[in-house]
Design a protein around this ligand. Structure first.
Ligand code: 5GP
Length: 201
């Protein structure tokens, strides 16, 4: 499944809570050309790459998808995702919209979830209070959010992340994923059942 949302929507915290509580999830680690923020470690939050290294990965067809976001490139390495899927994990890609739509196109069974704060003002507040971004970057990210809001209706679910209610939001996300699984399982059971009936008639 893919989780997107405006930068500052609180996806990072949600993912952390989800992974801490439930064992069946695996969060894909992306490659990026942006500089690490304070506390970010190579190979944990991201694989930090130079533009040349990133270009080489594109040439080697090492990405499921990649996209330019604000001034940097971000991409999902195939390797890691394939290995986690083989291990039976529910793999989550926390990626922006262009990438999300590419993944859905390639793999239509992907569940697309969009996380947003309740208001635009709350989004600006969160971006500013992070304290790690310059004013220009905050402005660029607000402009990006405006652009992205045009495509929110391509998502299967919109998940509103209220201030100080992250745990509730995480449980809601978990339930969404669980019920999507059940839907698929029910559909598969139904399909197998009706095939059998048609065979037996
Ligand atoms: P940040 O710089 O705040 O960590 O991430 C900026 C945006 O890039 C976020 O919306 C994040 O979800 C997105 N992103 C992170 N990794 C990937 C990726 O592999 N592919 C794409 N398309 N977007 C990504």
């Amino acid at each position: 499944m893919v989780v997107s949302g405006f930068s500052g929507a609180g996806k990072g915290t949600l993912m952390k809570l989800l992974l801490e509580k439930y064992g069946n999830y695996s969060l894909s680690i992306s490659a990026t050309t942006r500089n690490p923020r304070q506390g970010e470690r190579d190979g944990i939050e991201y694989f930090f790459k130079t533009p040349e290294e990133f270009r080489k990965m594109i040439q080697e067809d090492a990405f499921i998808e990649y996209a330019r976001y604000v001034d940097n490139y971000y991409g999902t390495p195939k390797d890691y995702v394939d290995r986690q899927l083989e291990a039976g994990k529910d793999v989550i890609l926390e990626i922006e919209m262009q990438g999300a739509l590419k993944v859905k196109e390639k793999m239509p069974e992907t569940l697309l979830i969009f996380v947003t704060p309740p208001t635009a003002e709350e989004l600006r507040r969160r971006l500013t209070s992070r304290g790690t971004e310059s004013e220009e970057i905050v402005a660029a990210r607000m402009a990006q959010a405006k652009e992205e809001s045009r495509f929110m209706d391509c998502y299967d679910y919109i998940l509103i992340n209220e201030r100080d209610r992250e745990k509730e939001c995480m449980e809601k996300l978990h339930r969404l994923i669980e019920s999507a699984h059940q839907e698929t399982a029910r559909n598969l059971d139904f399909i197998n059942d009706i095939k059998k009936q048609l065979n037996d008639i």
